[in-house]
Design a protein around this ligand. Structure first.
Ligand code: ADP
Ligand code: MG
Length: 260
């Protein structure tokens, strides 16, 4: 069965995309799902969150420009069933390099195609950058499912229409035949505040069951883990953040039938 490809996206920065991409990937791998994390953000924070040293030439930049293959960029992370394709600062040059060139929205999709069909992975998780630029568009076009990370804060839904609009555009333009909204992950949930509850209710009213049951709590453990190059499972195994990402993984395995 080909791997299912997910983009964790939202054009807003600081909403928990990378934290979710990293810890969801780790949680899936722990649940026996062979997972490849693809870091598409020039900040390369998913790369360093897994303790992988940033290295020039390590990303998909050249491959997206037609040189070499994505398989050569895959690195082990030292964790069972979890591999990564790192990012690097250079990857932002893609925006200039590719704009206007042929199939410029499909470059990542083409790069990942052999990995998708290699039978080596069950899930490929793309950590998308905080924009709706060319890298994000490529991430979406390469994906089967968009997973939106939405922070439980005032105006959380602002900009939601925009990213869903991009999905529709890609579908209508025939760029992506498979892309669908897969779900919405509510992040940085604070059960002590009414605001968090109100935001979740409002989002549920609009998006219903697209919203995952599992909400990711705000906890300092999730914020500090990346500075040690650790996932939440290595940093604070019995923290509520660990439990939440494990539960989310379970939901995702079921929703998208990731288990064979
Ligand atoms: P994005 O990738 O959308 O820019 P990040 O995942 O990098 O967002 O998160 C932004 C900041 O918020 C980071 O400092 C991160 O450590 C912190 N953060 C993310 N999720 C949580 C959480 N559930 N609880 C506490 N801090 C969080
Ligand atoms: Mg990020």
């Amino acid at each position: 069965m080909p791997a299912k490809i997910f983009s964790i996206a939202n054009q807003k920065g600081g909403v928990g995309k990378t934290t979710t991409a990293v810890n969801l990937s780790a949680a899936l791998a722990r649940r026996k799902i062979r997972t490849l994390l693809v870091d598409m953000d020039q900040q390369a924070s998913a790369t360093s969150a897994l303790g992988i040293e940033k290295k020039q030439g390590a990303s998909l930049y050249k491959v997206m420009c037609g040189e070499g293959s994505a398989n050569d960029k895959v690195l082990p992370t030292g964790r069972d069933r979890l591999s990564i394709i790192p990012s690097e600062v250079d990857i932002s040059a893609i925006e200039v390099e590719l704009s206007g060139s042929e199939n410029y929205l499909l470059r990542l999709k083409e790069c990942l195609e052999p990995l998708k069909n290699s039978e080596e992975y069950d899930a490929i998780i793309i950590d998308a950058p905080p924009s709706l630029g060319l890298l994000s568009m490529n991430s979406l076009a390469a994906s089967d499912y968009l997973l939106i990370a939405l922070q439980c804060e005032y105006l959380a839904m602002e900009g939601l229409g925009q990213i869903l609009g991009v999905v529709e555009q890609l579908q209508n333009a025939g760029v992506s035949d498979s892309l669908q909204l897969g779900g919405v992950v509510m992040t940085m949930y604070d059960s002590r505040t009414n605001l968090s509850k109100q935001v979740v209710n409002e989002v549920r009213a609009h998006l219903g069951d697209y919203v995952f049951k599992t909400m990711i709590p705000r906890t300092v453990r999730l914020a500090e883990a990346p500075s040690f190059g650790r996932t939440i499972f290595e940093h604070a195994r019995f923290n509520e953040g660990s439990f939440a990402y494990d539960k989310l993984a379970k939901e995702i395995i079921n929703r998208f039938a990731l288990k064979k």
